[in-house]
Design a protein around this ligand. Structure first.
Ligand SMILES: Nc1ncnc2c1ncn2[C@@H]1O[C@H](COP(=O)(O)OP(=O)(O)OP(=O)(O)O)[C@@H](O)[C@H]1O
Ligand SMILES: O=P(O)(O)OC[C@H]1O[C@H](OP(=O)(O)OP(=O)(O)O)[C@H](O)[C@@H]1O
Ligand SMILES: O=C(O)c1cccnc1
Length: 494
C-alpha cells in the first residue's frame, strides 16, 4: 500500500528551490565545487535538555537509492517559468540523468544523545548534490529524532515500567505511523500495537482489546469469558466499559476460571477516570482475589507529565499504553533541525569556512568541517566540544558557549570520543545497518550516563556544549569581518 503512494528512487522528494539552485550551479559550471553542509537542531525539543538521534538508517537508504528516473526527468521537463518557457534546459536534465551521488556522509549513530548546535550529519561533496539532499535529509532525521526524544522522555517518566506504543490510529499517515513506531522503540517504548511495524521492523507487538468487544456481548461477564475462551494466553481485560471497579471484580472471576484451565490472566486495562485512584483500588481487588502478578495497564491521553504525576500519586500502574501524544509529539509537532553550508572549496583547492549571520546569536552558524568530541568522566557525559576537524583541537582544551562567549569551560575527562562516524564515502555506504535493539540499547546506555538534572522535564540543567576555542576565535573573526564589510558597503553607498 505504501508503494502505491511512493516508490524509490525518490530524487524528487525535495523542495523545488533545491532544483532551481542546482540548475544555477550547473549553469555557472559550479556543480562539482566541493562543499560541506551540517544538519543540526538549535535547541532540544519539548523545552527539554537533550534529543535522541534517529532516522539515519532511512536517510542512508534514501541516499543509496538516489537517482532521477525517466519519469522524474519527464516531469521536470514539463515545468515552466512565468513566461511559459521550460524552467530547466534539456542539458541540465541530461546532467541529472547521469548524476550518481558521490558525497561523503559522516553521522552520529542512531540512539546517540545529542544537543543543540551539534551536527547530527555532515555532508561533503559536489555542492549541487549536497544542496539537493537538504530537504529529504531534514524530513527523515527531524521526525524520527523528535519522536525518539518524546519516547525517551515518556520512558524516563515510567522508570522500569514498559511503554506500549498505541499511536497508529492517531499518527500522521502511514509513513508517520511506521516511522513513529520505529523511533519510539529507539527512544524506549517496549512494543507497538502496529502489526505492520512489527513485521517490517521487528519491533515486538502487543495489545489488549477494545470497548467494542465488551459492547458486542449482552454482559461484560460474557465478553470477558468469551475473550478468555478465544485467547487464553493473552488476557488483558479492558475493565472500564460500564463501571471500572465492577469490571475489575468481573475480570477476577474470569481469571479464576482461566486458572482452572491452566492459564493465567495477564492483567487489566484502565482507559478512563482517575487512573491513580482506580489503579490503587484495582490493585487491592486483584491482590485480594489472588492475582498479585496481574498487571495494571493504563491508557488515555498519557504523556510524560501525566505519567510522572501518576507515579507521585502512588498509582499502581505497571504498563503504560501511550498513543496520540507520543506519535504526534503533541506538545511540539516538529523538530526545527536545519541544514547549513559551512565550508566551500576554492579554485586553488583550499577550503573557505562560511558563516551565516543573524541578529539572534543562536542562529549565527558555525563555520568549518565540524566534528563533535564527547568527554566523559567515570562513565558520565560531562560536555561536548564542536571543533573543526581540519584544524584539530586547540591545546588550550577549552569550550566556549556559542551563544555567550563569556561562558567557558575546561573539560577534565577520563575518556573522549568523536561522535560523527563515516557512513558514506564517494556515495557508497561504508557503515553497516545496525539492529534496532542495538540502537535502542545505545540510547538507554547514554541516557543512563547523563546527569539526572539534564533529564528533568521542567527547566532542565543545560548540558555543556561549546566550540573549541580556536574555532570560536575563527568564527568571531569571521562575524566581525562580515559585519565590517557590510558597514563599509553602507558607508560607500550613502
Ligand atoms: N490521577 C490523575 N492525575 C493526573 N491526570 C490524570 C489522572 N487520571 C487521569 N488523568 C489524565 O487526565 C485526562 C482525563 O481525560 P478525560 O477527561 O478525557 O478522561 P475521562 O473522562 O476519564 O475519559 P474518557 O473521556 O476517555 O472516557 C487524561 O489525559 C488522563 O490520562
Ligand atoms: O489515548 P492514546 O494515548 O491516544 O492511546 C490510544 C487510545 O486509543 C484507544 O482509544 P480509542 O481510539 O478507542 O478512543 P478513546 O480515546 O475514546 O478511548 C485506547 O483505548 C487509547 O485510549
Ligand atoms: O491493544 C490495545 O489496548 C490498544 C491498541 C491501540 C490503541 N489503543 C489500545
Amino acid at each position: 500500500m505504501i508503494n502505491e503512494l511512493y516508490q524509490p528512487p525518490l530524487a524528487l522528494l525535495t523542495d523545488l528551490y533545491q532544483l532551481t539552485m542546482a540548475y544555477g550551479y550547473w549553469k555557472l559550471g559550479r556543480a562539482d565545487q566541493q562543499a560541506v553542509f551540517h544538519l543540526f537542531f538549535r535547541k532540544p525539543p519539548f523545552a527539554g535538555g537533550y534529543a535522541v538521534a534517529a532516522g539515519l538508517e532511512q536517510a542512508l537508504q534514501y541516499l543509496e537509492r538516489f537517482r532521477f528516473d525517466a519519469s522524474d526527468l519527464e516531469y521536470l521537463a514539463s515545468l515552466t517559468g512565468n513566461d511559459d518557457a521550460p524552467l530547466f534546459e534539456q542539458g541540465f536534465l541530461e546532467y541529472l540523468d547521469q548524476t550518481k551521488l558521490t558525497v561523503d556522509v559522516d553521522a552520529v549513530p542512531e540512539g546517540t544523545i545529542t544537543f543543540g548546535q551539534e551536527p547530527l550529519l555532515r555532508v561533503r561533496g559536489p555542492i549541487l548534490q549536497c544542496q539537493l539532499l537538504e530537504t529529504p535529509l531534514l524530513n527523515l532525521i527531524n521526525f524520527q529524532t523528535l519522536i525518539a526524544t518524546k519516547a525517551s522522555r515518556i520512558a524516563t517518566a515510567a522508570g522500569d515500567d514498559p511503554i506500549l506504543e498505541f499511536g497508529l490510529r492517531r499518527a500522521q499517515g502511514i509513513d508517520g505511523a511506521l516511522s513513529a513506531s520505529r523511533a519510539a522503540y529507539i527512544g524506549g517504548s517496549a512494543a507497538t500495537s502496529n502489526v505492520l511495524a512489527g513485521k517490517m521492523l521487528g519491533i515486538p507487538v502487543k495489545g489488549t482489546h477494545a470497548h467494542s468487544w465488551v459492547m458486542s456481548f449482552a454482559t461484560e461477564a460474557e465478553a470477558f469469558d468469551q475473550y478468555a475462551a478465544a485467547m487464553p494466553n493473552n488476557c488483558v481485560f479492558l475493565v472500564d466499559t460500564y463501571d471500572t471497579l465492577d469490571g475489575v471484580r468481573q475480570a477476577c472471576e474470569v481469571g479464576k476460571t482461566l486458572r482452572q484451565r491452566g492459564h493465567e490472566m495477564v492483567g487489566i486495562r484502565l482507559d478512563s477516570g482517575d487512573l491513580a485512584y482506580l489503579s490503587i483500588e484495582a490493585r487491592k481487588i486483584l491482590d485480594e482475589a489472588g492475582f498479585p502478578a496481574a498487571a495494571i495497564v493504563a491508557s488515555n491521553d498519557l504523556d510524560e507529565h501525566i505519567i510522572e504525576s501518576l507515579k507521585t500519586q502512588g498509582s499502581q500502574i505497571a504498563i503504560w499504553g501511550v498513543g496520540t501524544k507520543l506519535v504526534t509529539a503533541f506538545d511540539q509537532p516538529a523538530l526545527g533541525g536545519v541544514y547549513k553550508l559551512a565550508a566551500i572549496q576554492q579554485a586553488d583547492g583550499t577550503w573557505l569556512p562560511k558563516v551565516k549571520l543573524s541578529e539572534q546569536a543562536i542562529k549565527t552558524s558555525i563555520p568549518g568541517t565540524l566534528q563533535v568530541r564527547r568527554y566523559l568522566a567515570e562513565g558520565r557525559m560531562i560536555g561536548d566540544m564542536i571543533y573543526d576537524q581540519t584544524q584539530g583541537i586547540d591545546p588550550r582544551g577549552v569550550i566556549v558557549d556559542s551563544k555567550d562567549a563569556t561562558r567557558r569551560k575546561r573539560l577534565v575527562c577520563t575518556e573522549s570520543t568523536d561522535l560523527l562516524q563515516p557512513t558514506m564515502r564517494a556515495g557508497e555506504r561504508v557503515s553497516p545497518s545496525e539492529t534496532l535493539t542495538d540502537i535502542r540499547q545505545r540510547a538507554k546506555q547514554q541516557l543512563a550516563s547523563l546527569h539526572p538534572t539534564i533529564k528533568r522535564f521542567m527547566n532542565p540543567h543545560e548540558y555543556p556544549v561549546g566550540l573549541d576555542i580556536g574555532l570560536h576565535e575563527l568564527r568571531d573573526k569571521m562575524i566581525h569581518e562580515a559585519r565590517q564589510s557590510r558597514w563599509n558597503d553602507e558607508e560607500t553607498t550613502t
